[in-house]
Design a binder for this molecule. Structure first.
Ligand code: SF4
Length: 238
């Protein structure tokens, strides 16, 4: 996900008192950035989408490209977040991180976004319980591979909770990761649960090589490159 200065995307700090009153004291979230871009991943790739990036993540993946979201950001109430989203008049909204589910108020935020009529997706690491997420939300869940350094955090109890409305994503760093993902795919019959995507970790695994492995093995998966990186090379605002 692209890097954006949160202060460039969020309201000025001197508007804080007004924002707190609008959002309510019990439903605050720590927001790293809110921005409008093209969806860079998932089956909704290419669709104009508002991204809400929540601050904080309990994982430390080797390839993480959003380390700036581990800390910082600002507290905003759900009403304030909805107001910012509405300024873009989007059809699609993605809640991402960090790890969004690490904040308990992510759940009411997702409900509120659905209630507003947006088509909502959640990007989650797969390390936390996805069972309480609003059923209207498309859950895009990672399965962390060995080379991510965080495979031990995979919450395998999430797998039976997935349905055809959801998606699974593996980010692969090398051939060993690919073999591991293939084994997990077959062992758990992941394609019977939902769509599965494989994506090369940016700068770590050659995309053409991954494409050839998928074709050689006739894997029933979608291969994804991160569109926003191809278009803007992680420039701010995208
Ligand atoms: S789960 Fe996502 S945000 Fe957290 S460390 Fe891994 S790649 Fe980064």
């Amino acid at each position: 996900m692209p890097h954006v200065n949160p202060d460039a995307q969020l309201p000025p700090r001197d508007g804080g008192a007004e924002l707190s009153a609008a959002g309510g004291a019990t439903a605050q979230l720590r927001i790293n950035e809110i921005f409008f871009s093209l969806q860079g991943e998932t089956s909704r790739i290419g669709l104009p989408t508002v991204f809400i990036r929540l601050t904080g993540c309990p994982l430390r993946c080797t390839y993480c490209d959003t380390t700036y979201a581990f800390a910082g950001g600002r507290n905003l109430g759900i009403a304030d977040i909805l107001r910012h989203v509405a300024e873009y008049a989007p059809r699609y909204v993605t809640v991402t991180g960090g790890e969004p589910l690490a904040q308990k108020n992510c759940l009411p935020l997702l409900c509120a976004l659905c209630d507003e009529g947006y088509v909502v997706s959640l990007e989650t690491s797969g390390a936390l319980d996805i069972g309480e997420v609003d059923a209207r939300v498309m859950r895009v869940m990672d399965i962390k591979t060995p080379a991510s350094g965080e495979a031990g955090k995979n919450r395998w109890e999430n797998l039976p909770l997935l349905n055809m409305h959801d998606e699974i994503k593996f980010v692969l760093c090398d051939e060993s990761d690919y073999r591991w993902a293939k084994q997990i795919l077959l062992q758990h019959r992941l394609n019977d649960k939902c769509a599965v995507a494989l994506s090369p970790a940016h700068g770590m695994l050659d995309a053409t090589q991954l494409a050839e492995w998928i074709l050689r093995d006739r894997l029933p998966v979608r291969m994804l490159l991160q569109l926003h990186k191809l278009l803007w090379n992680d420039a701010p605002g995208h």
